[in-house]
Design a protein around this ligand. Structure first.
Ligand code: SF4
Ligand code: SF4
Length: 578
């Protein structure tokens, strides 16, 4: 991943660790469908998009064309051209195309929903594939002249083409969009009010759609109400609908609850306009030098990396809540991919997104959007840099010593919230290999658990003291597990705060981390204390001052005994006397 991002940074002049990257437009309503032809890009390989931007600039087509993108191509496109729009996350694909917001759809690779070709056909939007991994069975026109391909697409002779040359694909997309716009005339696959009622009238209430819906949305009731022209329940489902299409796929009456949700939410879809900070790429060594010591000592309570693909069980607001909760507590929050977009879709009382409220620095209370999924490597890279810069752990071929350092000292936690793909799960498990725990949810059970501990088995939580090489020092259980699913945002938030606790925290750092953890458990679970709090208190000096008396009483009940604070390592050879 790091190599991929480094190559595109070098090739396309994308930002290299700039905290103040531009604030760009985000949302399904950001493309100017009234006055310009629109091109929607989807995927993870920005090369055709970059060529498209270059073609628009070269031909002076800026006032005729608007470009928006979905998924990681969107981040990468705005890292190259801040006039591009981030339309949204993976889950927006069917909604945007079916609503008729794109005159041309151009896809590259990875997270491209397979129905997008059929969706584009239905609304008369030519479909251009540009990569051997997603070809949709389309004719390969790579060797043909641009004009011929454009003519075939605009005339309707072909509804889609494969063009493996990114430069040619960009030129064809631009020319086709300008010509097809007046022909398409914003054709939508979503019926008007009358058509939607007629569709709803076909419903016999069998319930297949609801049984198929991954979020068990009340579709039978909502479609039933629409028969009488009441779309309010359908409209309220928009935020929790993943636009996966499973409801319509199993309807024997040719009703699409998804389409009806889109009709009910048409005004929101057209006007969804928010802000996102463009991806900044790597974390700089100079930033690491500023924050390394407070992170290692626990005084910056943690680095929380939010990744994920929008496969939520409830509202997008949940992810926003998690990001905001840790930002206001001065954790460093890093984001990438679809998660970075979705947290921008909520604003505070003053109408500001998190990107407008928190700086992009890798520092306490910073909201760091590194960019697309491949840019995740910069987040784990920051953890590696701390080990390298502060402990001089050599970088080459040295996973073991670096992971030992991170696991014991660095309060970094990954959160794959709404993971769809195995890639998201593999990013999380890759972080585990570096000693970084990860939480996966809310549909996370399918990714199983890995590297679970027995917190009651003290023998497994004993380490060497690197200061003198002595062994058998009890430091656990932190971090308790490395890959853990959470089924609710409340559970995830509390788990993340707990997993940020590390054996090497000094007492001041541990006090700060414990006070956040206890506070979050109280807020989200309604408990007085976490039931294993005593295991994370080594000395009286670790106890948060504001809760001192009540925690002392709690510890007395638990029969707590103080423990020493050591310089922990799992590697004997890292001990000074070894
Ligand atoms: S599957 Fe179709 S017919 Fe059955 S309840 Fe859903 S919309 Fe109605
Ligand atoms: S498209 Fe929405 S309503 Fe339909 S099955 Fe998927 S999540 Fe449920």
């Amino acid at each position: 991943m790091e190599v991929s991002d480094a190559i595109q940074i070098a090739a396309y002049g994308m930002p290299v660790g700039e905290p103040d990257t531009p604030i760009v437009e985000l949302g399904m309503g950001t493309m100017d469908t009234e006055n310009k032809a629109t091109i929607l890009m989807i995927g993870h390989n920005v090369a055709p998009g970059v060529e498209l931007v270059d073609y628009i600039r070269e031909k002076g087509l800026d006032d005729k064309l608007d470009i928006g993108a979905i998924c990681c191509t969107a981040h990468d496109l705005t890292r190259y051209y801040d006039g591009a729009k981030i339309i949204g996350s993976f889950s927006r694909q069917l909604t945007v195309i079916r609503s008729g917001l794109a005159d041309v759809v151009m896809v590259d690779e990875q997270c491209v929903v397979t129905q997008t070709y059929d969706e584009a056909k239905k609304v008369g939007a030519p479909y251009i594939t540009t990569n051997a991994k997603v070809m949709a069975g389309l004719p390969d026109r790579t060797g043909d002249p641009v004009d011929e391909i454009v003519d075939d697409l605009v005339s309707g002779k072909l509804d889609g083409v494969l063009i493996l040359n990114p430069t040619k694909a960009g030129a064809v997309a631009a020319e086709t969009a300008v010509k097809i716009k007046p022909i398409r005339n914003a054709k939508s696959g979503v019926p008007d009010e009358k058509g939607s009622i007629v569709m709803a009238m076909r419903c016999n209430g069998c319930g297949n759609c609801q049984r198929n819906c991954p979020n068990d949305l009340p579709l039978v009731e909502a479609v039933g109400l629409a028969k009488d022209g009441d779309f309010t329940l359908l409209s309220s489902l928009f935020d929790e609908c993943l636009a996966c299409g499973r409801c319509e796929a199993d309807c024997m009456k040719d009703v699409s609850p998804l389409t009806l949700i889109m009709h009910a939410s048409r005004e929101y879809i057209k006007t969804e306009r928010y802000k996102c900070r463009s991806g900044r790429g790597p974390i700089l060594d100079t930033e690491i030098r500023n924050v390394g010591a407070p992170i290692v000592l626990g005084e910056i309570p943690g680095i929380i990396a939010l990744i994920g693909c929008s496969n939520y069980a409830h509202s997008i607001r949940e992810l926003y809540t998690m990001a905001e909760e840790f930002l206001i507590r001065n954790y460093i929050v890093c984001v990438s991919g679809c998660a970075a977009m979705d947290i921008g879709l909520i604003t505070d009382d003053e109408g500001k997104t998190l990107y407008e409220r928190f700086p992009g620095d890798f520092d306490r209370g910073g909201l760091v959007n590194v960019g697309s999924c491949v840019a995740n490597a910069w987040i784990t890279g920051a953890a590696i840099k701390v080990a390298n810069i502060f402990a001089r752990r050599p970088l080459r071929g040295n996973f073991e010593e670096i992971a030992d350092y991170i696991l014991n000292r660095l309060g970094a936690v990954g959160v794959a919230w709404g993971a769809y793909s195995q890639k998201a799960a593999s990013i999380a498990s890759m972080a585990n290999g570096l000693g970084i725990p990860a939480v996966i949810g809310p549909h996370g059970a399918e990714y199983r658990r890995m590297y679970l501990s027995r917190s009651d088995d003290e023998e497994t939580w004993k380490v060497f003291n690197a200061r003198d090489g002595s062994e058998g020092h009890l430091v656990g259980p932190g971090p308790e597990h490395l890959l853990t699913p959470a089924e609710s945002i409340e559970q995830a938030i509390c788990l993340v705060a707990k997993l940020a606790i590390r054996p090497a925290d000094n007492s001041k750092g541990r006090m700060i981390k414990l006070s956040h953890w206890v506070d979050l458990e109280r807020k989200y679970k309604g408990v007085k204390f976490p039931n294993d709090l005593e295991k994370f208190i080594r000395l009286e000096a670790d106890i948060p001052i504001s809760m001192k008396t009540e925690i002392q009483e709690f510890l007395k009940e638990k029969g707590w005994e103080p423990k020493e604070i050591v310089d922990p390592t799992l590697l004997k050879r890292m001990c000074r006397t070894a």
